[in-house]
Design a protein around this ligand. Structure first.
Ligand code: NAD
Length: 387
């Protein structure tokens, strides 16, 4: 069995998490690290015991010949770095969100195809132990036929929540639903429908966004529907980041923060119903996972899925066509919010729908805003109050 060589490009918090996953998986060797910041590079190198440290990603790839390069950098660098690494003919995984719009997602997929390699997005929850337990329970028929799903983020300003958390939340939904055929969404800012003036620059380098609150309906095959609730809360709350699947005979519920999932053996929940007790599902850990290792099991599951995918010559679940499709849903939500109509997927327009919408109203791209979310939110609240 082949052991895959992995390298990490970006030694911040997410590089640490990804590096720990690759180091602990029995089928991967963590062979090199790269960062422009020498102190970060050395700190992570010492922590993970990696001697091969680089400031130049091209040199790292040429000298250490990794099979997989992980790209856990700030979001605005994902697209250019993904394209640069793919040019070397190396499999990649890039943190969520992978890029800013569908034109970029298409270009990443095309470049990977041209080079004969795979690209994946780093969203670990959808392949993690608690989600594997949901999939197993569903496949065992424990909720009967799936009919409806709800998913929420942590309560960010919605447009930002869509870019920041959307890849995770939509992936959870899609684990049991398959392909989304259409999106119908409404968005409000300051309590009234979004206008082209409400299209703003995202915090944290995540491109262009709009809407303080978004409610979206997604339609899937076999009459399955989903509601995506991205509602700004007074403060972020990880417990709000929940996905719930409704079947004809029961329900399933998943929370990433608690790394847990539950089964309700009845379709309709009554709080005081004696039989209506949620039952915790046993997580499905990857083979050989050591709970004493201190490594977040979702990160090991993420690596496990990439190893299996490469062994089998297929895409990681969070990669390839699935990754582009999830971006199609994200951009479909923005397009539906802006144009106030249902958007059928895949959409023919691959440019950013909010920038297109502004352009049609004679507006340039939105002005820069503060990068940190807290400062960004203060500036946006001041703008909303002045309207
Ligand atoms: N999957 C998750 O659960 C999860 C959670 C939080 C954040 N994220 C995502 O992670 C990303 C941010 O990760 P972070 O907080 O670790 O970022 P960070 O900015 O703290 O660290 C990124 C590192 O990459 C380095 N870097 C940037 N460009 C480089 C280049 N060209 N060559 C070498 N090094 C380079 C920087 O110097 C920095 O040290 C965001 O995209 C965010 O959406 C994902």
């Amino acid at each position: 069995m082949k052991t895959y060589r992995a390298a990490i490009l970006g030694c911040g918090g997410r590089g640490r998490a990804a590096g720990a996953g690759y180091r602990s998986h029995p089928r991967t060797d963590l062979v090199a690290l790269c960062d422009l910041d020498q102190a970060r590079l050395d700190t992570l190198g010492e922590e993970l015991g990696v001697a091969a440290r680089y400031n130049d990603l091209d040199l790292m790839i040429e000298e250490t010949r990794p099979d997989i390069v992980a790209i856990p950098t700030a979001t605005e660098f994902h697209y250019p770095l993904a394209m640069r690494v793919l040019e070397h003919g190396v499999n990649i995984e890039v943190e969520k969100p992978p890029c800013w719009d569908l034109a970029e997602a298409d270009a990443i997929r095309a470049k990977a195809q041209e080079k004969g390699v795979r690209f994946a997005v780093h969203s670990q929850g959808p392949v993690g132990p608690a989600m594997q337990a949901v999939i197993q329970a569903y496949n065992e028929g424990r909720i009967g036929r799936l009919r409806y799903v709800t998913g929420s983020d942590k309560g960010y300003y919605a447009g930002y929540g869509l870019m920041n958390m959307g890849f995770h939340v939509i992936s959870y939904l899609c684990r049991l639903t398959g392909r989304c055929r259409s999106v119908a969404a409404s968005g409000v800012t300051g309590g009234r429908p979004v206008t082209p003036q409400d299209v703003v620059t995202s915090p944290s380098g995540m491109g262009t966004i709009a809407a303080e609150n978004i409610t979206a309906t997604l339609q899937f095959d076999h009459s399955v529907a989903a509601t995506l609730l991205l509602h700004r809360l007074p403060a972020n709350d990880s417990i709000a980041h929940v996905t719930e699947w409704y079947g004809t005979e029961g329900r399933l519920l998943y929370n990433y923060k608690l790394a847990a999932s539950w089964w309700l053996p009845h379709p309709h929940f009554l709080p005081d119903g004696e039989r209506d007790q949620w039952q915790r599902l046993e997580p499905v850990y990857p083979d050989g996972y050591d709970p004493e290792s201190g490594v977040w099991p979702d990160e090991v599951s993420y690596v496990e899925e990439y190893v299996r995918a490469l062994d089998e010559g297929r895409d990681h679940w969070c990669g390839g066509d699935n990754a582009v499709h999830i971006m199609e849903i994200m951009m479909g939500v923005f397009e539906s919010v802006a144009y106030r109509r249902q958007v059928d997927l895949p959409q023919p327009h691959r440019d950013h729908p909010l920038l297109r919408w502004r352009g049609e109203h004679g507006l340039d791209d939105p002005a820069p805003m503060p990068r940190p979310y807290r400062e960004w939110a203060a500036a946006e609240d001041a703008r909303i109050r002045s309207m």
